[in-house]
Structures are given as C-alpha cells and as structure tokens.
Design a protein around this ligand. Structure first.
Ligand code: DQA
Length: 145
C-alpha cells in the first residue's frame, strides 16, 4: 500500500511559523513521524510540500498515475480558496483525508470554507501532527476492509 502525504503553502515553515498555532516541530519531524508510523504497518509513503497551487495539482495527479491508494492532504491556505485542488481530487477518485494542524473551525471566518472537504472521506483538525497519523490510519483501515 502506498500513501501520498501532500502539504501546501507555508507548511515547510513548521517550527518557525506561528508556533502557538502550529507547534514547534518542523516539517522534517512531521515526515519522519508519519513515515515511521506507516512503515511499521507495511505502508509506503511519498511526501510532497509546495507553496504553488499548480504543483499541488500535479502531485495529486501523480498519485493517481503512480498507483497510490490514498492521499493525506493539508492544503494550507489553499483549503479556503482552491477549486483546482478540489477538482484534482475529484478527477483522480482516490480516497483523500483533509488534515489541519490547528482547529480551523475556531479561527477566522475565512478559514470556515473548505473547497476540498467535499471530495474527502474525512477531515481532521486541531490535533497537531498526530492528525496526520489519524488520517493515515483511516486510509489504511479503509483499504484493509
Ligand atoms: C492550516 C490552516 C489553514 O487555515 C492555514 O492557512 C494553514 C495551515 C492548518 O494546518 O491548521 O496554512 O491548514
């Protein structure tokens, strides 16, 4: 089984950006945590982070062409703006889980919209980096049924 873990803009700044909201762990720590959790379950992971919307669309399409079994995605601010990311997930028809490190539902009004959510089987918010683990477990579970 193979999962794509896709992160959008500014998530490469984890550990530097707004640590009161996103914590002190950095992006490499996130990748190591998820990689080890999945590897222990025999699941391969492919990690990708970009600050560019089109590059994220390309990666979602690559997940399909490379035979991924699911996608965990934190689209960052593109969550709230991007129809292109929604269309990409709808196009590939892969199981997809939306993750947010912070509790977006308790933040500004403009963070209350998520375009991608309607194409996702689950949304996890406010659980920090452990949200990514929970997202992987949902996909691993779904595929084992
Ligand atoms: C975020 C929440 C978004 O609103 C924000 O733009 C981010 C990070 C989160 O992980 O909590 O970049 O997706």
């Amino acid at each position: 089984m193979k999962l794509y873990i896709i992160n959008g803009p500014n998530l490469n700044m984890l550990g530097i950006r707004e640590v009161n909201k996103y914590g002190t762990d950095n992006y490499d720590t996130l990748c190591a945590l998820v990689r080890e959790h999945c590897a222990a379950r025999g699941v391969e992971t492919v990690f990708y982070q970009s600050n560019h919307e089109g590059d994220l669309v390309d990666k979602i399409q690559e997940a399909y062409f490379e035979g991924a079994d699911g996608i965990v995605i934190n689209p960052g601010a593109y969550t709230h703006t991007s129809i292109a990311l929604l269309d990409a997930v709808l196009s590939v028809k892969l199981l997809c889980v939306e993750v947010h490190i912070s509790k977006v539902e308790e933040r500004e009004d403009f963070r209350q919209v998520s375009y991608i959510r309607q194409a996702c089987v689950a949304t996890i918010t406010g659980k920090g980096l452990l949200g990514y683990i929970e997202a992987c477990d949902i996909l691993i579970g779904d595929n084992q049924q």
